[in-house]
Design a protein around this ligand. Structure first.
Ligand SMILES: *Cc1c(COP(=O)(O)O)cnc(C)c1O
Length: 482
């Protein structure tokens, strides 16, 4: 059943806001897009924004701000220590999460650095529903190991499971028994599980994880970066929460966790981050790391203007009419693509639409980066910038062999309140055309391959002249249009 708010009987999501500031976009001709993609080494991270029409790379730091957020930025109180801006933000965190200690940090990964340094030791094991790239790096950097204990459904591309972000409770218990509770500093739950398609966990699952943590005396940490989407899905999909307000659901989740941290580049539509807890003993372990790595305790590396925007943005996140826009646009996009037979991750999650490159271009071997090739092809035919999430995003092993990813996805993020429905339809139309011509798409191979984080900086070339042929076919079908 569709959860989209209907407009006059049409399957069209309805925005509960209007646009008052706009930014002009640029759509360059397909030949220039081909050239730009070549100069960027077929890596969408290396494109210049001026060459991009719809930037669906990420939802990080690019969500639209409200008039009230912009207004709040004007009253920022600039001061190294004791800024009023900080106290307003702290009070909002206390109100929303019911936790009295707030440690500011400049973004999500900075919180992960602090938490990992404070609690992860060599030999530590950290169980979680799924890892995020920066989380895993910080835990391993401190000598720990990540163990993912997701349910079997989590990695299925097409599914109707409402909570693919759930932890498998039996596997969690078995893991704790095997490793010993003493080696497990915390269990981490990630809201709106990023790397498996923005998929939520349920309140029931979080309660069960809490029970296990209580039994073994282990602390529970929530990564709330994508909390807004998870709240939306709990509210509409979980029987026991249908009649609860977003504020009540947030508070109930918060009460189950010892530490909450987040990236405000996503949560609250601003830029920054922070850690909340009501346990003074845990705060004592983390507090001194804030001035060391971030900045003084009343700004933590953030600009006061962004902190004011965060305070208002977090308050606005407690409104269903604000947080439903992202998931409803994504659901619309996923359904439109599905109708045309395009393989996509289902059910629709938060964050963005995820195209299954393994099936879309099933003729490209994984050693030739099907998701990277598809992301390059999508940009060439549409000017839409997505992100590769597959083998290119992995790292070679110590012997130089490829680590083959278990999924090959192109993520088309829909930053919140940024795109219009006609822009989403344009992206869908071009992807449908590309699907009809998918046999023209070929693979990629590295010409410059950095050892670490190769997906950020690496440059690739097409394995044949497939891109020129694709552009020729585009001209044949679209005439002079861009
Ligand atoms: C983005 C993200 C982070 C890292 O946050 P940054 O602000 O980009 O450092 C951590 N966890 C999750 C789930 C995220 O989506």
């Amino acid at each position: 059943m569709s959860q989209i708010k209907f407009y006059q009987g049409e399957n069209v999501p309805l925005e509960m806001h209007k646009v008052r500031i706009v930014q002009k976009l640029n759509l360059i001709p397909v030949e220039e897009r081909l050239q730009a993609m070549g100069e960027a080494g077929n890596n969408t991270f290396l494109l210049r924004n001026r060459d991009v029409f719809l930037d669906m790379l990420t939802d990080s730091g690019v969500n639209a701000m409200s008039d009230k957020q912009m207004a709040a930025m004007m009253q920022a109180d600039d001061s190294y220590a004791g800024s009023e801006t900080f106290y307003r933000l702290e009070a909002k965190m206390q109100e929303i999460f019911g936790k009295d200690i707030f440690l500011p940090a400049h973004q999500g990964r900075a919180c992960e650095n602090i938490i990992s340094r404070a609690f992860v030791k060599p030999g530590s094991v950290v169980p979680m529903n799924y890892h995020f790239t920066t989380t895993k790096s910080h835990i391993t950097l401190n000598g720990g190991r990540v163990e993912e204990i997701f349910i079997d459904e989590a990695l299925k591309i097409t599914s109707d499971h409402p909570f693919k972000g759930n932890v498998d409770i039996d596997k969690l218990v078995a893991l704790i028994e095997k490793e010993g509770a003493g080696n497990i500093p915390f269990v981490r739950m990630e809201a709106g599980t990023n790397l498996i398609g923005g998929q939520p966990f349920s309140m029931e699952n979080l309660q069960q994880v809490r029970e296990v943590c209580d039994k073994y005396g282990i602390m529970l940490v929530l990564d709330a970066s994508l909390l807004a989407d998870n709240l939306y899905f709990i509210k509409i999909r979980e029987e026991s929460c249908l009649d609860k307000s977003i504020r009540e659901i947030t508070r109930e989740m918060s009460d189950l966790c010892d530490i909450i941290y987040f990236s405000a580049r996503k949560l609250g539509c601003a830029r920054g981050g922070g850690i909340c807890t009501s346990r003074a003993d845990l705060a004592d372990e983390m507090r001194e790391l804030v001035p060391l790595f971030e900045g003084f305790l009343t700004y933590g590396g953030m600009s006061v203007r962004e902190m004011e925007a965060m305070t208002v943005g977090l308050d606005e996140t407690m409104d269903m009419e604000m947080i439903d826009q992202g998931p409803q646009f994504i659901e619309f996009m996923v359904e439109e693509l599905q109708k045309k037979g395009i393989p996509v991750v289902t059910p629709a999650g938060g964050l963005g639409c995820h195209v299954d490159a393994m099936e879309f271009v099933d003729h490209i071997p994984q050693e030739q980066y099907p998701a990277g090739a598809l992301a390059a092809a999508i940009y060439i035919v549409s000017g839409v910038r997505g992100m590769e999430r597959g083998t290119m995003s992995e790292q070679r092993d110590d012997d130089g062999n490829e680590t083959i990813s278990n999924m090959e996805l192109v993520r088309l993020a829909l930053p919140r309140r940024v795109f219009t429905l006609s822009q989403v339809k344009y992206a869908v139309d071009r992807i449908v055309w590309l699907y009809e011509n998918r046999r023209l798409i070929g693979g990629l191979s590295f010409v410059e391959e950095p050892k670490v984080l190769r997906f950020f900086f690496g440059k690739l070339a097409p394995v044949s002249d497939w891109q020129t042929k694709l552009v020729a076919k585009f001209r044949e079908d679209f005439g002079d249009s861009l």
